[in-house]
Design a protein around this ligand. Structure first.
Ligand SMILES: Nc1ncnc2c1ncn2[C@@H]1O[C@H](COP(=O)(O)OP(=O)(O)OP(=O)(O)O)[C@@H](O)[C@H]1O
Length: 266
C-alpha cells in the first residue's frame, strides 16, 4: 500500500551570508529517510539545534531541501503546485498566536484559505467555516470575533481551525503549544486526538515533552546534531530504546506537567 508520506534522503545545508564566516556551509540536516501511514502521528524530539524544525519546515514546504524528495501518497511534493501542496499539508508555527491577524475577524481569517484554494460560493465558504469552528470547539458567534476578544486557548483553537480548514492530510506543528498554560495545553492536545480520529489527519509535531509525545504519537524520530539517530514506534522506543539520548528524552522529568486524561497511546 502507498504510504501517506515518504521522506527520501532529505538534507539541508545553510550558507552563512554574513558574520565572521561568510560562505561557510552549515549542515542543519544530514540525509534522513522515514515514512508515515495515513492517520499516524509522528513526534520529532532532540536537543536544541539538532534539526527538528528544519525537518518540520521542509515537510510543510516552508523550506526547500538541499537534496532528496518527499512523496505524498506516492506523488512527489516538488511536482505539486503551492495550491495543491497547501491543501494536503498545513503548518502551525511556534508563535502561532502572533500569526493571527489582529485586524480581521476569525471568520475572515478562515475564509481567506477557502477563497484562494477552492472555487466554492461565499455561502459554501461560510458554512464550511462554521463547521470548522464547531470541530475545534468554538461557537458560530466566534466567526465575527477579533483575535483580542478571545482567550489564549480559544486563539489556539483558531490556529488549529486555520490549519484544518482545507481538510489537509498532514498538519505539522512546531512546538506550537509551549506557551499555553498546562490545563489549556491538555485541552488542545485532546482536541488534536479527536481531530485525528474524526478527520484521519496525520500530525507531525516537534516537542520536548516526553509526556505529550507518549500521549499523542504513534512514531517517534530522535534527532542529534542534524542526524536521525533513532526512529520507530512509540512503544518500541519507550520499551527498547537503542540510544542513550532516546532514553534521556523519553524519561526526562524536565517536561511540562500536563493533566492528560489517558496514558501512553496503544
Ligand atoms: N536560516 C538558517 N540559517 C543558518 N543556519 C540555520 C538556519 N536555520 C537553522 N539553522 C541552523 O541549523 C541547525 C538546526 O536548526 P533547527 O532550527 O532545525 O534546530 P532545532 O532542533 O529545531 O532547534 P530548537 O529546538 O532550538 O528549535 C542549527 O544549528 C541552526 O543554527
Amino acid at each position: 500500500m502507498t504510504k501517506l508520506l515518504e521522506v527520501r534522503d532529505i538534507s539541508k545545508y545553510y550558507v552563512h551570508k554574513t558574520g565572521w564566516t561568510p560562505g561557510k556551509r552549515i549542515c542543519a540536516l544530514e540525509p534522513v529517510n522515514f515514512s508515515l501511514e495515513r492517520g499516524e502521528t509522528l513526534a520529532i524530539m532532540g536537543e536544541t539545534g539538532s534539526g527538528k524544525s528544519t525537518i518540520a519546515k521542509i515537510i510543510a514546504g516552508a523550506e526547500r531541501p538541499t537534496t532528496g524528495e518527499l512523496f505524498l501518497n506516492g506523488q512527489a511534493l516538488s511536482s505539486m503546485t503551492d495550491q495543491q501542496r497547501c491543501r494536503y499539508v498545513r503548518m502551525i508555527f511556534q508563535d502561532s498566536l502572533r500569526s493571527l491577524n489582529p485586524q480581521i475577524t476569525v471568520g475572515q481569517q478562515l475564509t481567506e484559505a477557502l477563497i484562494f484554494n477552492t472555487d466554492w460560493t461565499p455561502g459554501q465558504q461560510k458554512q464550511h467555516v462554521y463547521d470548522t469552528l464547531h470541530k475545534v470547539g468554538l461557537l458560530p458567534d466566534h466567526f465575527g470575533f477579533y483575535p483580542h476578544m478571545l482567550s489564549s486557548g480559544q486563539q489556539q483553537r483558531v490556529c488549529i481551525a486555520r490549519a484544518i480548514v482545507l481538510e489537509p492530510q498532514i498538519v505539522v506543528a512546531d512546538e506550537a503549544f509551549v506557551a499555553l498554560d498546562p490545563s489549556i495545553r491538555a485541552q488542545i492536545i485532546n482536541l488534536i486526538l479527536d481531530l485525528q480520529q474524526d478527520m484521519g489527519i496525520s500530525f507531525i509535531f516537534v516537542s520536548h515533552s516526553a509526556e505529550i509525545v507518549k500521549h499523542l504519537s504513534d512514531k517517534i524520530l530522535i534527532m542529534h546534531r542534524g542526524k536521525m539517530i533513532e526512529f520507530g514506534t512509540t512503544q518500541a522506543l519507550i520499551n527498547h530504546p537503542e540510544e542513550q539520548l532516546t532514553k534521556t528524552l523519553l524519561h526526562s522529568e524536565h517536561n511540562y506537567k500536563v493533566p492528560l486524561h489517558t496514558t501512553i497511546k496503544e
